[in-house]
Design a protein around this ligand. Structure first.
Ligand SMILES: [Zn+2]
Length: 213
């Protein structure tokens, strides 16, 4: 399969396609067809304003098997090289970290998502239940594998930064809501005193390690 990265001539816009001619026609249709849903994209607004004849310059061509992810990465390389997102007419990155993208999306649409959830709560819960019922076996199996895999990780202990108690790392959040931890958090007790009282270790004024005993 052939895969191309192209730039629209005289426009800072990078794209990718498997068929240059078809893609060129496609750009023209979108640019000049008022009923097209992409008609108002900034790249087409620019082309109409400058009355540019759409031609595609091939920047990169690969003939062989390559994954969708690799294609997006190559495209992203050229978007970065030409700075066509910040200083050109590409509205999006070709490749972005999916987790990062979802995090950002959630941040930006927090209120909207909350409202949607409240409105469709019953429907969404039912859908999740149904999904679980259908995929029960697979979900439980994956859970078990995850549980086994993280066994060692869960055993790892750390000192709570507030009260210095030795606890399992994954319990930290829950621990910091306990009376014991909150009591220290809300007291005026100094870090040194905390070390002394709860960990039976502390440093004296010279910074030397002291033992409780
Ligand atoms: Zn604590």
């Amino acid at each position: 399969m052939v895969f191309y990265i192209y730039k629209i001539k005289n426009v800072n816009y990078i794209g990718s396609t498997n068929n240059i001619n078809r893609r060129c026609i496609n750009h023209k249709e979108r640019c000049w067809g008022k009923s097209c849903k992409n008609y108002h994209c900034s790249v087409y607004q620019y082309i109409r304003k400058k009355n540019i004849d759409i031609e595609l310059e091939i920047l990169f061509c690969y003939n062989g098997n390559c994954s969708y992810k690799t294609q997006r990465l190559v495209e992203q390389y050229y978007i970065n090289k030409y700075d066509s997102k910040n200083n050109g007419l590409n509205s999006d990155d070709a490749f972005c970290n999916r987790i990062k993208y979802l995090k950002q999306y959630r941040q930006e649409n927090k209120d909207k998502m909350k409202l949607y959830y409240e409105k469709n709560k019953g429907k969404l819960i039912n859908r999740a239940k149904k999904y679980y019922q259908i995929n029960k076996e697979r979900i439980e199996k994956a859970k078990k594998i995850r549980w086994e895999k993280n066994k060692e990780k869960r055993k790892k202990k750390i000192n709570c930064p507030i009260c210095k108690s030795l606890i399992r790392k994954y319990c930290l959040k829950a621990h910091q809501k306990t009376k014991k931890c909150l009591k220290i958090k809300n007291s005026n007790i100094s870090q040194n005193e905390i070390d002394f009282k709860y960990n039976q270790t502390a440093y004296n004024e010279e910074g030397e390690f002291m033992n409780w005993y």
